[in-house]
Design a protein around this ligand. Structure first.
Ligand code: C2E
Ligand code: MG
Ligand code: MG
Ligand code: MG
Length: 279
């Protein structure tokens, strides 16, 4: 996935190498200012549905940046820049603070926040995240931290330790983009998590090839055998939703239900009564 992101970032910065470096620098500068002022930055929330696709059980916080000159920049374009520029800690904390505000307003919903691998490298990161959540008057148990498998590649000890401390504090941990890493299965054995999120690349292939369905069934079986909750990401069609429901996924997330929306539109999503996916 890191590779994939790198490629995306590269595609975004077309043109000569020099130009790409200049653009990158400029974006880095603007991001620094945006983080200090909050201007142009916002967080949108995508609903996570129960296994039948009927009710909203949680929300995933996703950062948005509307750049005054360049327009909407995707997280895939600027998160790597933030990571490289040493701004990801500040960005991650800002998103968590916003998400905690939402957590307080919707105490019945679980709120998921993406955490960059780099945030785990900082000493005392678990306690820093806890401090933010407590200051907002939110129980860590309401917050789910989504980490990608790539995180776990190096520095086993540091990551394992941070995850253990976060779980002891009460945060729940979800393994994001599951299946795209290099050794998903060994990670599951080594690192204690609460949930796996099947990457949307598998969901996308549902209905087109039998292999994708077989992989999803296998992941659900494995996850449940390990007492983990299993979420499917990127659900776009009724057909996919039905297949995932039948496969036994605990939660479904994707454009079929809703894209990420501003905080002002959350209540509308929660109130909406959706017919469950046909079995
Ligand atoms: P992710 O955590 O795997 O988030 C899911 C991404 O898939 C989101 O893209 C979401 O809008 C998109 N998505 C959801 N449902 C569907 C669907 O049905 N079809 C398709 N095609 N896409 C769907 P987004 O918001 O552009 O974020 C991309 C990635 O950027 C995220 O992937 C996450 O890795 C990263 N990201 C976003 N916000 C943050 C943040 O606050 N902190 C950090 N560290 N990373 C973030
Ligand atoms: Mg995520
Ligand atoms: Mg994902
Ligand atoms: Mg992703």
């Amino acid at each position: 996935r890191a590779k994939e992101e790198g490629r995306d970032a590269y595609r975004f910065f077309t043109g000569s190498m020099d130009e790409s470096i200049i653009v990158r620098r400029a974006i880095e500068q603007d991001l620094r200012i945006a983080l200090d002022t909050g201007e142009g930055l916002s967080v949108c929330y995508q609903p996570q549905m129960d296994g039948s696709g009927t009710i909203v059980t949680g929300l995933e916080a996703l950062i948005r940046w509307h750049h005054a000159v360049r327009g909407e920049l995707t997280p895939e374009a600027f998160i790597p820049i933030a990571e490289e520029a040493g701004l990801i800690d500040q960005l991650g904390k800002w998103v968590l603070e916003q998400a905690c505000g939402v957590a307080r307003l919707w105490p019945d919903l679980s709120i998921a926040v993406n955490v960059s691998p780099l945030q785990f490298r900082t000493h005392g990161c678990a306690e820093a995240l806890e401090a933010i959540v407590r200051a907002a008057g939110v129980e860590p148990g309401q917050i789910e931290l989504e980490i990608t498998e790539g995180i776990l590649l190096d520095e086993d000890e540091v990551v394992r330790d941070a995850l253990a401390r976060l779980r002891r504090i009460g945060f729940r941990i979800a393994l994001d983009d599951f299946g795209t890493g290099y050794s998903s299965l060994s990670y599951l054995r080594k690192f204690e998590v609460d949930k796996i999120k099947i990457d949307r690349s598998f969901v996308k292939r549902l209905g087109h090839d039998n292999e994708a369905a077989a992989i999803i069934h296998a992941v659900v079986t494995l996850g449940h055998a390990m007492a983990l909750s299993v979420t499917a990401e990127g659900v776009e069609t009724e057909e996919q939703g039905q297949m995932l429901r039948l496969a036994g996924c605990n939660e479904l997330q994707g454009f079929l239900f809703s894209e990420a929306v501003p905080q002002a539109a959350i209540q509308q999503l929660v109130d909406r009564k959706r017919t469950s996916l046909a079995a």
